[in-house]
Design a protein around this ligand. Structure first.
Ligand SMILES: [Zn+2]
Length: 527
């Protein structure tokens, strides 16, 4: 019995070990097989492999980086005949006929003829294409940013960096490359981050900015979806010459669309909305402007100061003509608490979280920081308050959407290496009603008065469609003012809202509104 037991145990042990080995073999061959084959391939290939980085696309899947393809040649002298070597020596590609070192050179205008002629005759020359990520035609350079450093390239760096390598050349084991094998070349064309940007609109915006301004930002949003169709900053830079721009005084690497600046009179939209919503006034209430307003010890001038003031005017006309006196009176009627409450409801003082690491939250002073005499400044968007061009667009977005705030969106979807589109969310905030539809409608009526006969007249496109909007001229101590225009198009059924910011551009109506007009005119041709 004892002996039989031992045999039984031995038999079972052997059986179990055999099962484990069979399972292991099965695992290696079937489960790990494809991976190990790939690994062994990589171990044998020579060093022209490169990591495939995910792309950054516009809403229609067109790359925004200006990526282009450049040709390179691998030359293995040991595979060449004497006459082929002599030809390459003559072309300065080989140093001498005894030069045995393998080479990886870029195909140029000068050497391409001889290389392409030889490539089909000998395995010693192999030509392959390599993608150059940043090209001279790149758009939205401040949004896209630079690999791992800024913009979307930074936010999604770990997603866009991959372990997939593209390898072109197989090593024969004697140190000589053999031409012809490529891995994963196709993958790079389909995966990455798809933005809401529309490449055609972006191009129009950038062309108009290049022509008209040195420094500033433009943001264009589709009101229904909140999707950002264009976002550009100037001065511009070239990603492939990054180091040239690092220490320039005008800071071309800064994305001015997400930097904070004094809003000036575009802030009057917030004051008007708050006063109407709180039922403290009506559009037809008549105010009086004597050309200046005294708050505490401070005197605030209206633009009409030199000609003795606007005199009597309705609230609607006060917005249309951007009367400082009336808006200071209105701001005092509202009080600092209500002003700051509504500014915050409009999203000021906090990031929109569109996905850009450089985004600033702007500045909304706290209640304790605003004293009686500061109320004059606050009512006309001067002093401590700071907003970003993307926040400025968000204000107008809320007015156009009948009083419902909507967070702007920049990321449309992410596409992984297998072509899947996992759900990706930067912010969970739901649209929120902050004004009644009736208030929003009255604000639009005033903004359309501003473009019809007020300070925004120069924003009208020459295509018989009406627009609505507000100018802003933010005074900066001892410097030229910043110019703003925020508006929407067309007035009867808005398809676009836009903020235009011109750093030290002077007056909003002279500098910013005409840029809005030109962009609208050019966009309306293609849409
Ligand atoms: Zn006035």
């Amino acid at each position: 019995m004892k002996k039989n037991n031992r045999i039984l145990i031995l038999f079972f042990s052997v059986a179990v070990i055999c099962m484990m080995l069979i399972f292991r073999l099965f695992y290696i061959q079937l489960v790990r097989g494809p991976f190990l084959t790939h690994e062994s391939f990589l171990q044998k290939t020579s060093g022209v492999g490169e990591k495939v980085r995910g792309q950054i696309f516009d809403r229609n899947g067109k790359p925004l980086t200006g990526t282009y393809s450049s040709s390179y040649a691998i030359i293995s002298p040991n595979w060449l005949t004497l006459s082929e070597k002599q030809l390459l020596v003559k072309e300065n590609i080989l140093n001498s006929i005894d030069d045995d070192d393998a080479k990886n050179i870029s195909v140029t205008h000068e050497n391409q003829e001889v290389l392409y002629n030889l490539k089909d005759k000998t395995p010693g020359i192999f030509i392959y294409n390599k993608n150059i990520r940043y090209g001279p035609t790149a758009l939205a350079t401040h949004v896209v940013g630079f690999e791992g450093e800024t913009g979307i390239e930074k936010t999604f760096d770990s997603f866009l960096s991959s372990n997939i390598e593209s390898r072109y050349v197989y090593n024969d084991g004697l140190g000589q490359p053999i031409a012809g094998l490529a891995l994963n070349e196709q993958v790079a064309k389909t995966w990455g981050v798809k933005l809401t940007i529309d490449k055609d609109l972006q191009k129009i915006v950038e062309d108009v900015m290049d022509k008209s301004i040195e420094s500033g930002a433009v943001v264009v949003i589709e009101p229904k979806s909140g999707e950002i169709l264009a976002m550009a900053s100037r001065p511009n830079y070239k990603q492939f010459q990054l180091e040239q721009y690092l220490n320039q005084e005008n800071a071309p690497l800064i994305n001015r669309a997400v930097e904070s600046y004094a809003p000036g009179s575009i802030f009057k939209i917030v004051i008007l909305s708050a006063a109407l919503e709180e039922k403290l006034t009506q559009l037809n209430e008549v105010f009086y402007c004597s050309g200046f307003e005294k708050v505490g010890d401070n005197i605030f001038k209206c633009s009409s100061y030199e000609r003795g003031g606007h005199g009597e005017l309705t609230l609607k006309d006060a917005l249309a003509f951007s009367c400082n006196s009336v808006f200071i009176q209105l701001g005092i009627r509202l009080g600092k608490d209500k002003i700051l409450e509504y500014a915050s409801l409009f999203g000021l003082g906090e990031k929109t979280l569109i996905g850009l690491p450089e985004e600033k939250e702007g500045n909304l002073p706290s209640k304790d920081e605003v004293f009686c005499q500061d109320l004059g400044n606050l009512s006309i968007g001067q002093g401590a308050i700071g907003i970003t061009p993307i926040q400025a667009a968000q204000i107008i977005l809320t007015i156009v959407n009948d009083g419902v705030t909507k967070k702007p969106i920049l990321i449309k979807e992410v596409i992984d290496q297998d072509g899947n589109t996992p759900v990706f969310k930067l912010s969970d905030e739901k649209p929120e009603r902050i004004l009644s539809a009736e208030t929003a409608k009255k604000v639009r009526e005033s903004l359309e008065a501003a473009t019809e006969y007020g300070t925004g007249e120069s924003a009208n496109p020459q295509n018989n469609r009406r627009v609505g909007g507000k100018t802003g001229t933010a005074e900066i101590e001892n410097q030229i003012s910043h110019a703003w225009f925020v508006g929407y198009y067309p007035a009867d059924a808005p398809e676009l809202v836009m903020s235009v910011f011109v750093e030290h551009g002077g007056s909003g109506s002279a500098t910013a509104a005409p840029i809005f007009k030109e962009i609208i005119e050019r966009i309306s041709v293609i849409r």
